[in-house]
Design a protein around this ligand. Structure first.
Ligand code: SF4
Ligand code: SF4
Ligand code: SF4
Length: 169
């Protein structure tokens, strides 16, 4: 697999495309540099996803939308891609889940939807005096599937960009 960092400015000039957005969640087993270097924007990964979570983002860069569904790690997006964009040797997603202040439980309303939805048991609820139990994320168990993001009725959970993406590229 190529590991060199592409000249994104020159490539963008040649293709007429801006670089992929850094704050978007890229398809599983892809990274910013691989996408920028090899993705042609053909949309094959989008058509292949049975969960309909791969969307065409700005600049014709595919990105993941966890708002309505989660990733099942079926691999169909990677199988469909005709370019060397996907690397199944990588962890699928380097992103980390973040539960924000909009959480119903934080605001005093009982809710454990994310914990119920999580297939990895990565969200536990800590009892507290004077209010509903609060969600607590065990990042080591989380595989970034997005089930909690799509389930949360308060839209309180986001998939945050990795701190050091280059380490996974
Ligand atoms: S692994 Fe499957 S569910 Fe996940 S984005 Fe790819 S096609 Fe969609
Ligand atoms: S599903 Fe959303 S609102 Fe409910 S406890 Fe989890 S983060 Fe809070
Ligand atoms: S992203 Fe998936 S594994 Fe991680 S906490 Fe949410 S539901 Fe659980």
């Amino acid at each position: 697999m190529a590991t060199e960092t592409p000249d994104l400015g020159r490539r963008g000039f040649l293709t007429g495309r801006l670089a992929p957005p850094r704050d978007a969640v890229q398809p599983p087993w892809t990274r910013f540099e691989k996408l920028a270097a090899a993705c042609t924007g053909c949309g094959a990964c989008i058509d292949a996803c049975p969960q309909a979570i791969v969307r065409m983002g700005p600049g014709r860069w595919p990105q993941i939308d966890f708002s309505r569904n989660e990733c099942t790690f079926c691999g169909k997006c990677a199988e469909a891609c005709p370019e060397p964009v996907f690397d199944r040797a990588l962890p699928a997603f380097p992103h980390v889940v973040s539960i924000g202040e909009a959480c119903f439980a934080v605001r005093g309303v009982v809710c454990q939807s994310c914990g119920d939805a999580c297939p990895e048991g990565a969200i536990r609820f800590r009892p507290r005096l004077g209010g509903p139990a609060l969600p607590s994320l065990d990042a080591d168990r989380c595989n970034s599937c997005g089930a909690c993001v799509s389930t949360c009725p308060a839209d309180a959970i986001v998939m945050a960009a990795p701190l050091v993406e280059a380490a996974h590229a």
